[in-house]
Design a protein around this ligand. Structure first.
Ligand code: ASP
Length: 438
């Protein structure tokens, strides 16, 4: 049994958290591969090391001294080391880094150092071997990850060992360091889990799993105990702050389950995400997995008599949106009308040109645009087993006078999406939560 663990910035913020990590790793002998982020904020007023490194680079670009910021970074790691009673010699690496900053260092290499120093310290503290991400995580020239080459390299380096790996970066074919997108240590962890065919990928953060609704909208929402990868994708697409799809791709591809856990509450089971679960539908079971939403959408409704009989109209409409690079997220339709739902941010700049082109191309009877629309999605794999789910949703919203501006149900019956006015956004989420979860 092998578990690959990834600890995020808040779990790496100070010596107290390193101690918690040591306990977590010691509690289970299958926890043998640990991927770490750079130190995050110790409190609200503090700074993430990665942000400070970006700031250093900006100073270097404008030839303004970055000594103060550099010292802040260096002393942060030195005090973690001292607080843990370690003897790790960080001086040579920090001196070399400072020198390289003077000579000229790439942005990616500089900002990758947060993860590097975190991993060096954590390896020493756990008594695990340090494996540099630059020695196995290989990018191609186009910026994509060469999974095959990377997996083979990590297997060679780490198979059967207890190791710590820095997240967030890897190596380009020309030997230069390259970083992943922000938050990319999650991806490193997933790649390591996939490379080593782990039984579980544990992603340790500062929340006890994924919540069933946004805690800023619903008081104390329950944790999602189990979700499928499909549900996770639906929730994140619909606005939930959960792991990015890119992150889960490597583990999902290998059918490795993902557990999201809390470093500060390690006994909490968190959320387990898997390709599928064997479960008998029972009436007592909760059949909504989570509720998510996003504000600020626009709905364009195009009406034209005889539209449904014309084979090319729909394509022509979508082509115009495509030409303006406006992604259309939903397309509910009636007999002779269709609505296109797009984020206002992406739609606003080309709105008038799109209307003009639509008028000239498909000659509609009318085009109406409504802004300030929110999209709220109820997601659940078990909805497919239930008759009457949408009825219950509409009844609950109707009872409190929320006007539904748009309805869409995915053919996979994994979600029911409603469009409401922005002003009804929070209330819609609360009403659905109270109706289905509480
Ligand atoms: N430290 C990097 C960031 O702040 C990567 C990570 O934490 O995952 O984005």
């Amino acid at each position: 049994m092998l578990k690959v663990l990834k600890f995020g910035g808040s779990s790496m913020a100070d010596a107290a958290h390193y101690k918690k990590i040591k306990d977590i790793v010691a509690a289970d002998s299958s926890r043998r591969v640990v991927v770490v982020s750079a130190a995050g904020k110790q409190n609200k007023a503090d700074h993430k090391i990665t942000d400070l490194l970006y700031l250093c680079y900006a100073h270097l670009q404008y030839s303004v001294s970055c000594d103060g910021i550099y010292q802040l970074i260096r002393s942060r790691y030195c005090s973690i080391r001292d607080d843990l009673g370690l003897q790790t010699d960080l001086d040579p690496a920090f001196d070399a880094l400072r020198e390289k900053m003077e000579r000229g260092i790439s942005l990616d290499e500089l900002v990758s150092r947060g993860e590097y120093f975190s991993a060096v310290l954590m390896a020493d503290y756990l008594g695990f071997e340090f494996i540099d991400a630059a020695s196995w995580l290989y990018f191609r020239y186009d910026g994509t990850i060469d999974q095959e080459k990377s997996y083979a390299a990590l297997r060679e380096l780490a198979e059967g060992k207890c190791v710590v790996i820095p997240g967030f970066y890897g190596l380009m074919p020309d030997g230069k360091v390259r970083t992943l997108t922000r938050g990319g240590s999650d991806i490193t962890g997933a790649l390591a889990a996939a490379a080593l065919d782990a039984d579980v990928y544990e992603n340790w953060t500062d929340v006890s799993g994924i919540l069933m609704a946004d805690p800023r909208v619903v008081d104390n929402p329950k944790t999602i105990e189990r979700a499928t990868y499909n549900e996770l994708r639906q929730l994140s697409y619909s606005g939930a702050q959960v792991l990015h799809e890119m992150t889960v791709f490597p583990v999902r591809e290998k059918k490795i389950p993902l557990r999201i856990c809390n470093t500060n509450e390690p006994e909490h089971p968190g959320t387990l995400v898997s390709e599928e679960f064997v479960e008998a539908p029972s009436p007592a079971q909760r059949f909504i997995t989570g509720i998510a939403g996003k504000k600020d959408y626009s709905i364009m409704t195009i009406s034209k008599k005889g539209m449904s009989g014309n084979v090319s109209t729909f394509r022509e409409i979508l082509e115009i949106f495509e030409n303006h690079s406006v992604p259309v997220e939903y397309t509910p339709n009636g007999i002779d009308c269709v609505s296109l739902v797009a984020s206002t941010e992406k739609f606003a700049a080309s709105q008038y040109t799109i209307i003009d082109e639509l008028r000239n191309t498909i000659h509609p009877d009318s085009i109406k645009v409504s802004d300030e629309i929110s999209i709220v999605a109820a997601v659940g794999r078990k909805m497919a087993f239930r008759a009457g789910t949408s009825g219950k949703i509409f009844a609950a919203l109707g009872q409190v006078g929320i006007n539904i501006r748009m309805i869409s149900q995915g053919p996979d019956e994994l979600n029911i999406i409603v469009g409401v006015d922005n002003k009804d956004y929070a209330n819609t989420i609360r009403v659905l939560y109270n109706a289905f979860v509480k």
